[in-house]
Ligand binder design. Structure first.
Ligand code: NAD
Length: 259
């Protein structure tokens, strides 16, 4: 059977951990050459080693997605190393434990969160879209979150606003670039058992408070999000653009969850 990303080059930000690492492994197993981008060098290198150990192709690029020169560099590396760029997965994100309601949250936390989660996606697109044009089209996947669609019970005002920005900019990009054969979709994970969330939900009580809202009664895994990203990256989703693709265990569908 043909592999689902055969011949494609994919750049994944935040690929040193969680969703980005699982997506790197899955995309490579499906035939893509992967540009592993992270500001954490150890995590990024470990992802590259894991891809190579399972017979895939990958290269690491150190980049902070909130810096324009770093984003230019990661895209240049994709084209230099592998000739083209077909899939741009803007996935890097931060959630600060001090992010709270509007009254308590410090301005610095707002700025840091917006710099990475919102501006990072903008800069990825700013530098990535010209490369996708040179390749004759492609797929952009922007990681947002279910909190862009729901008011969170646990306040995190900067994070929520930053993910709302990702949804809005995804829709506009999808419309503007549709005739260039560039598809743009937002991927909205529900609560996951990854480093990012478990660091914040650091007590059993906090975990249970979140779990009561999920009809499936469990946290998702990074692998389950990677599988959805694979669909959006591949030509199987050739008529899908501008969507808010929820992969959330039913959390946004629930009014009351079953006992
Ligand atoms: P993670 O913390 O496991 O991985 C995030 C990676 O991004 C890390 O390797 C980190 O070093 C990297 N990163 C952070 N800031 C960066 C920057 N400025 N430049 C480059 N790399 C940077 O988290 P994850 O759960 O895999 O999250 C991935 C994405 O999914 C994020 O955008 C997050 O907001 C989103 N998300 C996560 C959940 C969840 O429950 N975990 C839910 C919804 C959305």
């Amino acid at each position: 059977m043909a592999r689902r990303l055969e011949g494609k080059v994919a750049l994944i930000t935040g690929a040193g951990s969680g969703i980005g690492r699982e997506s790197s492994l899955l995309f490579a197993a499906e035939g893509a050459a992967v540009v592993v981008v992270d500001r954490d060098d150890d995590g990024g290198q470990q992802t590259v080693e894991a891809v190579k150990a399972s017979g895939g192709r990958a290269v690491f690029v150190h980049a902070d997605v909130s810096r324009t020169e770093d984003c230019a560099g990661m895209v240049a590396t994709a084209e230099e190393e592998f000739g083209n760029l077909h899939v741009l997965f803007n996935n890097a994100g931060v959630m600060d434990g001090r992010d709270d309601d509007a009254v308590s949250t410090d301005e610095t936390i707002w700025d840091l969160t917006m710099q990475v989660n919102a501006k990072g996606v903008f800069l990825g697109c700013k530098h990535g879209i010209p490369a996708l044009r040179r390749a004759g089209g492609g797929s952009i996947i922007n990681t947002a979150s279910f909190v862009a669609s729901l008011g969170a019970a646990t306040p995190q005002i900067a994070y929520t606003a930053s993910k709302g920005a990702v949804l809005a900019l995804t829709r506009e990009l999808a419309v503007v670039h549709a005739r260039e054969k560039i598809r743009v979709n937002a991927l909205c994970p529900g609560p996951l058992r990854t480093e990012l969330l478990m660091k914040v939900l650091d007590t059993n009580q906090k975990k249970q408070r979140r779990l009561v809202h999920i009809p499936m009664g469990r946290f998702g895994t990074a692998r389950e999000i990677a599988q959805a990203a694979l669909f959006l990256a591949s030509d199987e989703s050739s008529f899908v653009t501008g969507t808010n693709f929820l992969v959330d265990g039913g959390i946004t569908a629930a009014y009351v969850t079953p006992e």
